[in-house]
Each structure stands twice: as structure tokens, then as C-alpha cells.
Design a binder for this molecule. Structure first.
Ligand code: NAD
Length: 351
């Protein structure tokens, strides 16, 4: 397996293969780009079926973090770590300490945060051996409440701001009476429903868990729809807040909305789906721009900041989206392509 020839290799600066014989730890840390600052990104633990699958994931995700940080206006680059193994079976204190030592060995060029298969408690163990672990000492909260380290309130507030901005841009109206279909009522989706309800939007919701649907119906007057129906509704906005790859040629053809704006990562099944949305006259808020609230939250936890400064930073997601939409109109290009261009301009070194 060659890293340099790998299909997901994109001029990554540093790829470290980490092995600790005593604990059995096998991990890969990828630093994609540090032009704007040290790389920041989650550490994921997953039972990858092969080393190549793990490499594929870490190369792709670390690159994504460079784009996300650049568009979020952070002085950070993009990085990611993956630990190979089933977190329910092979995660031990010794293994996490060994991982902390590997993160430390990179001298701060990679700052590790939480991701799938890892908890804040796990990160705290890594932090026993590294000063470069983020998201373990929450101090600020978007609503000025007691911070508990969960970035979902920031993510959902950022998505709310982005959705509102996108509706204003596309439909020239505020959220009162705007019909929004929310797919997924988890940590982010349910809070988004609350923001939208307070702003006067009319909600249509779905989830695989009836309890979550019941909450949105009783608290926010939402109308429950089936998992499949969510794509066919005669509404203004589709807000994907569950899983990725939901915008495919098949689903896009069914959508009747004018705006897609939601929290889910990797919403486009293929990059070319951005153009399909444009062709249908749907304004798409690029996922990694609108859902950057979580990383903005983690960033503020590690600098001297305040509730207000973090909230103001989250609100800048709106201005970033407007910049994308204006340029997309001028160039007659899809918003996902324009977002990538702007990010590349920001993180590409100009000597
Ligand atoms: P979550 O797991 O808490 O919620 C996801 C919800 O989607 C769950 O309620 C689940 O039942 C539901 N769901 C799953 N499959 C579904 C389906 N087929 N149809 C409808 N609903 C379905 O996750 P979350 O933290 O709320 O994150 C939601 C999305 O936003 C994910 O894609 C995540 O990667 C992304 N995201 C989250 C954050 C964050 O801060 N939590 C930050 C950036 C991006």
C-alpha cells in the first residue's frame, strides 16, 4: 500500500502510522495542511476491515477538516486520527495513553478532538500524555448556559443561522411561515427544530425513533411524516440532520424545495449532485460550511474567549454562506464547488 499513490492522497503534509506493541494500538494520524495553523480534527475509533480502509478514511477526513476550518475562519489546519479496532472490545486505558503519546510526539502539529467511537472521558485519558487534546474542558456555551462539552448546541445554532440566511437569499423572506422538513431529530436536529419553531417556521419531521418525533410534535407543533415521505413534501426547505449521502440523483429529482440546509456531514452522494441541485433551482448550503458550529465551539474552548465571542463567531457562518452564494451566482457555478474554491484560496500559501 503506497500512501503517495493512494487515491485519497492530496498533498498531505504528514501521515504517521502508529503502533504500540504492548497495548496492540494501531492508528494512523494524517495532517493535511497547516498553512493556517496547527491541524485540528477528531480521533475516530472504528473496526476497519483493512488498513487500507483506515488509511482511506483518515486521508479523506483530514482533508475535509482543512476545508472546514478555513471556511469557519479558524487559524487552524486540517488533521484527523483513526484507531483501528472495535471501541467496545479493544479500547483500554493503556491503548488510549499510547495514543496520547503518539499525538504528543507530533509536537502540537495535530490537535485531537472527539469523533465516532471516542468519548470525552477517552480524550481525558489521552490528555494525561499530551497537551494537544481539545474539547475536554468546555467553558463557553452558545446560550450562555453551563457548558458540558457537547458541541451540538453550537452546531445547531450555526445551522439555524445558516438556514435563515439561505432562506433570505433564495426566497427573500424571513422564517415566519416557511415550511421546513427536518430529517433526523438527534442532538442537532431537535435543537434546530426549537430554533426554527421560535422563529415562526412550520415543521415537518421524521426520525427512526418515534420518541424523538413525539417530542418535536408536542414541543414544537411539528407534523410527523414517514422516513421516505420527507423527500416528497411540498415545503420550502429540506434540512438533512441524520446521515450522509442523502442527496443523490434519485432523491434530488423528488425534492420540491428551494433550499437544502442541514447539519449532516457529506450530504452529496457525489460531488456532481451539487450541480443537479443548482439545475433544479435549489440553493444548497454546503454541508461543511453550515455545520461548522462544532469545530468553532471546540476552537473557542481552547483560546481565551467568552460565550458572546463564540456566538458571534457562529453567526459569521451566515456571512460566509452569502459570500459563497454571491460568487456562485456571478460564476454560474454550484455552491459546493465555489465553497471548495474559497477554502482553497484561504489555505493555500501565497509566498
Ligand atoms: P445523532 O446521532 O444525535 O442524531 C441523528 C438522528 O438521525 C437520530 O435521532 C437518528 O435516529 C436519526 N436517523 C438515523 N437514520 C435516519 C433516517 N434514515 N431517517 C431519519 N432519521 C434518521 O447525531 P447528531 O449529533 O444530531 O448529528 C446529526 C448529523 O450532523 C450527523 O450527520 C453528524 O455527522 C452531523 N454533525 C453533527 C455535529 C455535532 O456537533 N453533533 C457537528 C457537525 C456535523
Amino acid at each position: 500500500m503506497s500512501v503517495f499513490q493512494h487515491i485519497e492522497f492530496d498533498n498531505h503534509e504528514h501521515v504517521a502510522f502508529c503502533h504500540d506493541q504492548e497495548t496492540g494500538l494501531k492508528a494512523i494520524i494524517a495532517i493535511h495542511n497547516t498553512q493556517l495553523g496547527a491541524s485540528l480534527g477528531g480521533c475516530r475509533m472504528w473496526p476497519y476491515s483493512s488498513d487500507d480502509e483506515a488509511l482511506n478514511d483518515v486521508l479523506r477526513l483530514s482533508k475535509g477538516m482543512t476545508y472546514k476550518a478555513a471556511m469557519a475562519g479558524l487559524n487552524q489546519g486540517g488533521g484527523k486520527a483513526v484507531i483501528i479496532g472495535d471501541p467496545r472490545k479493544v479500547k483500554t486505558v493503556g491503548l488510549l495513553r499510547a495514543m496520547g503519546r503518539f499525538v504528543e510526539s507530533l509536537g502540537g502539529q495535530y490537535i485531537s478532538a472527539e469523533d465516532s467511537g471516542m468519548s470525552v472521558a477517552d480524550l481525558k485519558i489521552m490528555a494525561e500524555h499530551s497537551n494537544h487534546i481539545a474539547g475536554i474542558e468546555a467553558k463557553y456555551h452558545v446560550n450562555g448556559e453551563q457548558a458540558d462539552g457537547n458541541p451540538a448546541p453550537s452546531t445547531s445554532y450555526g445551522v439555524f443561522v445558516g438556514l435563515k440566511t439561505t432562506v433570505e437569499f433564495a426566497l427573500k423572506r424571513d422564517l415566519r411561515g416557511v415550511k421546513v422538513a427536518i430529517q433526523g431529530l438527534g442532538h442537532v436536529g431537535l435543537r434546530l427544530a426549537e430554533h426554527l419553531y421560535k422563529a415562526g417556521a412550520e415543521l415537518y419531521v421524521t426520525d427512526i425513533y418515534p420518541e424523538s418525533i413525539d417530542k418535536a410534535v408536542s414541543l414544537y407543533g411539528a407534523k410527523a411524516v414517514s422516513l421516505e415521505e420527507i423527500y416528497d413534501l411540498d415545503v420550502d426547505v429540506f434540512a438533512p440532520c441524520a446521515m450522509g449521502a442523502i442527496l443523490s440523483p434519485e432523491t434530488i429529482q423528488r425534492l420540491k424545495v428551494k433550499v437544502v440546509a442541514g447539519a449532516a456531514n457529506n450530504q452529496l452522494a457525489k460531488e456532481s449532485c451539487g450541480q443537479l441541485l443548482k439545475d433544479k433551482g435549489i440553493l444548497y448550503a454546503p454541508d461543511y460550511v453550515i455545520n461548522a458550529g462544532g469545530i468553532i465551539d471546540i476552537y473557542h474552548q481552547k483560546i481565551p474567549s467568552s460565550h458572546e465571542a463564540m456566538r458571534a463567531h457562529l453567526e459569521r457562518i451566515g456571512a460566509t454562506l452569502v459570500e459563497i452564494y454571491q460568487r456562485a451566482n456571478e460564476l454560474d457555478q454550484a455552491t459546493n464547488i465555489v465553497a471548495n474554491q474559497i477554502a482553497e484560496e484561504r489555505f493555500t500559501k501565497k509566498d
